[in-house]
Design a protein around this ligand. Structure first.
Ligand code: GLC
Length: 540
């Protein structure tokens, strides 16, 4: 077992969508006790940290991303005592817990917003973003919300508009007011004191808006039929450079507690260079940055699933990162189409191997380890505001309940109970229990990869060396740490490919996307990989 670096530099993060993970009290909604019941599974699987999508009290306009109180637990999920038990039980298994902080906006039900909206001279008025209509009565500017319509809603009581980049139920906090920053930092300390190991922070790069609230410029690439959210380039309604000052302040809060981590949700389209800037400048000892530990790198989700394009993305990211920047990779989450629905079964196997062998901290999304797929939801049953308003992917499709076994409701909830979202129709065949009995399954591949990664320093901290001169639909790289070397070879082609590694002789396949090859001795001067096959090789 390796003993270098912080836990988050060698661990694997697993995202739990609590509403859909495990229902312990048979109301059709997942809860904290449900997560506790499944900790042994997570420990078996081999993940190191759980990131829970928001579990705070919320009217659920955006399923918890509209927080009504930052320091309590939503009643459908449990109580603070349940949370303490979860933390304790997880820590006993050496599993860390990250919460999801949503500092950009609250719910309209938050006490701060209720005060703020009560009158124009309320002391908390300036905690949110309020603007008068233009003299002709129109909206303050042309900013649009991600979930459709304007980013402004008129509050008839005071005759002013409040701003929201998402749902009208998610008013934006005014991060140019230092009292807001202090208040949120206080809420963070509450959880850090309680022992949580860190936070994933929602839309962390978008906290500040242009001070003059200038119109956003038209997006020249926008076409009729695209989401209205992108009709204008969002350069003034977000992405303000002064946000780095806020992030440095945030970091000082975390640095007061040992071993805590900030994972930041970043804009998906950031260039590797821009992404790298969110690590911040080097600290005095130059081994860390002074902003976000792990600014989420979503680039791989947008990259064409092609060996050359994937390699180019990894290489550009590796080059852009500062020496102290820990890389990280994400291939699925609660906002995006399911991995297997994007890449197919073969692609999902290759993706598992890629994600768990590249340098850096990987994040998995619950259900991707068994290949859960998008589930179509009839229009009149859509719950996600983005899906209901038809302005983008209906995120309900990737949030259906976890498929544990083939019993009614898949072991997620009791028989005969109506679950908050329907189960995917394939759950009787595709579930954790079934796959645990099949050595060939995707789940068992994840299981082997996770444990092997944990025990192999070359995969934890090893350097990354891409290998040139291969067939164009293959991607191979070496990971190396203190003399320990592992070769990872991935064939993205739908047919066999023969590869010649001139610099290496004999090796042994330790893990393969198709399990029957594991243990095979191979001649690296001439090795054939089957369609969509990936292997990890130890040198003989
Ligand atoms: C983030 C979350 C998403 C949410 C949005 C607003 O992008 O991942 O689920 O809707 O922020 O909070």
């Amino acid at each position: 077992m390796s003993d270098k670096g912080a836990w988050w530099q060698r661990g694997v993060i697993y995202q739990i969508y609590p509403r859909s993970f495990q229902d312990s009290n048979h109301d059709g909604i997942g809860d904290l006790h449900g997560i506790i019941q499944r900790l042994d599974y997570l420990s078996w699987l081999g993940v190191d940290a759980l990131w829970l999508s928001p579990i705070f009290p919320s009217p659920q306009a955006d399923f918890g991303y509209d927080v009504a109180n930052y320091t309590d637990i939503h009643h459908e999920y449990g109580t603070l005592a349940d949370f303490d038990l979860l933390l304790q039980e997880a820590h006993q298994r050496n599993i860390k817990i990250l919460l999801d902080l949503v500092p950009n906006h609250t719910s309209t039900e938050h006490a701060w917003f209720k005060e703020s909206r009560s009158s124009k001279d309320n002391p908390k008025r300036d905690w949110y973003i309020w603007k008068d209509p233009k003299p002709d009565g129109s909206l303050p500017n042309n900013w649009l919300a991600y979930f459709g319509g304007a980013a402004w809603t008129l509050d008839a009581h005071t005759g002013q508009y409040y701003m929201h980049n998402f749902d009208p139920g998610q008013p934006e906090l005014n991060w140019r007011n230092s009292a807001v920053q202090e208040a949120i930092f206080g809420e963070i300390r509450f959880w850090l004191e309680r022992g949580v190991d860190g936070f994933r922070v929602d839309v962390i790069d978008r906290l500040l808006k242009h001070p003059q609230f200038l119109d956003n410029p038209i997006n020249p690439d926008w076409r009729e039929g695209d989401s209205t959210a992108w009709k204008y380039l969002r350069v003034n309604s977000e992405q303000q450079p002064e946000v780095h000052r806020v992030l440095r302040d945030l970091r000082t809060v975390f640095d007061q507690y040992p071993n805590r981590v900030i994972v930041g949700e970043m804009d998906y389209g950031l260039s590797p260079e821009k992404l790298a800037s969110y690590y911040g400048g080097a600290t005095e000892d130059e081994d860390e940055g002074d902003e976000i530990h792990l600014p989420f790198h979503f680039g791989m989700m947008l990259t064409m699933w092609d060996a050359g394009a994937i390699r180019a993305r990894v290489d550009a990211y590796e080059v852009a990162l500062p020496p102290y920047g820990q890389p990280n990779y994400v291939l699925g989450n609660h906002d995006s189409p399911r991995l297997i629905s994007r890449l197919g079964v073969d692609g999902a196997r290759l993706a598992a191997m890629l994600l768990l062998t590249l340098r850096g901290t990987p994040t998995l999304y619950n259900g991707d380890e068994i290949g859960m797929s998008n589930t179509t939801i009839p229009d009149d049953q859509i719950l996600d505001p983005q899906g209901r308003n038809k302005v983008g992917f209906n995120r309900d499709e990737c949030r259906t309940p976890m498929q544990w076994d083939s019993s009614p409701n898949a072991g997620f909830s009791g028989a005969g109970i109506t679950t908050w979202l329907p189960l995917a129709p394939d759950y009787a065949q595709n579930n954790v229990a079934t796959q645990q009995n099949q050595p060939e399954s995707l789940l068992m591949l994840y299981n082997r990869l996770l444990h092997y990664r944990r025990d192999t320093p070359a995969l934890n901290w090893g350097r990354y060396y891409p290998i040139d001169g291969l067939p164009e639909d293959c991607y191979a790289f070496l990971r190396e740490y203190e003399g320990q070397k592992r070769l990872i070879v991935l064939n993205f082609a739908g047919g066999n490919r023969e590869l010649h590694f001139a610099d290496y002789n004999r090796g042994k396949i330790i893990i393969a996307t198709h399990a029957q090859r594991e243990g095979e001795a191979v001649d690296l001067d001439r090795i054939t990989l089957g369609a969509y096959e990936g292997v990890i090789i130890e040198f003989a």
